[in-house]
Design a protein around this ligand. Sequence first.
Ligand SMILES: C[S@@+](CC[C@H](N)C(=O)[O-])C[C@H]1O[C@@H](n2cnc3c(N)ncnc32)[C@H](O)[C@@H]1O
Length: 189
Amino acid sequence: MQSDQTKWNLKYKENPAPSEPLQLLTQYIPKPPKNAKALDLACGMGRNSRFMRDCGFYVESVDISDFAIASLQNESNIKALCVDLDCFSIPPNHYDVICNSYFLERRLFPSIAKGLKKGGILIFETFAKSEKQSQNAFASDSAHLLHKNELLRAFLDLEILFYEETLIKRTKDSNSSLALVARLVAKAT
Ligand SMILES: C[S@@+](CC[C@H](N)C(=O)[O-])C[C@H]1O[C@@H](n2cnc3c(N)ncnc32)[C@H](O)[C@@H]1O
């Protein structure tokens, strides 16, 4: 959506994005097989893309923010594409790793699972809905929050290697608060 692009371009221009990769990714990234390929969905400024590339993967990175995508254009072994994931198809049986970090498009769940090659690993982490309003990352738009066990259920056709719903410290506009997140690591069998 055009409004998402405008919103995220502005965010990235005004605030530095985190450069550390997702901890879950650093813990569970597999040893890259020959011609290893990874997909970074809604890659943002590319913290996870760069990490996967440095681990030996050729990375396809997609995001709606053309500002974020431009920042990855000259990176070796990263193919960065500006796409709207509301209408994007993931090719089946194609990736050794798929990373979905702090983005939620439920329509993509089945094609994320199918997009993994046999033995491929899914790393998925994003905000979840808490019973405590203060622990919800978005007060107004709970469509962007996972429900209890929703992520786990969505990928039960894969082998679940790790799942948790836990609180993280979140800093926004120099205020810190706790937010509930769901984390999943799963393997295509
Ligand atoms: C919270 S950021 C996460 C960025 C990155 N995955 C990370 O963890 O650093 C959410 C990202 O989703 C992207 N995004 C939002 N809506 C999108 C859409 N419809 N299609 C593609 N990307 C989208 C934004 O541009 C933004 O980069």
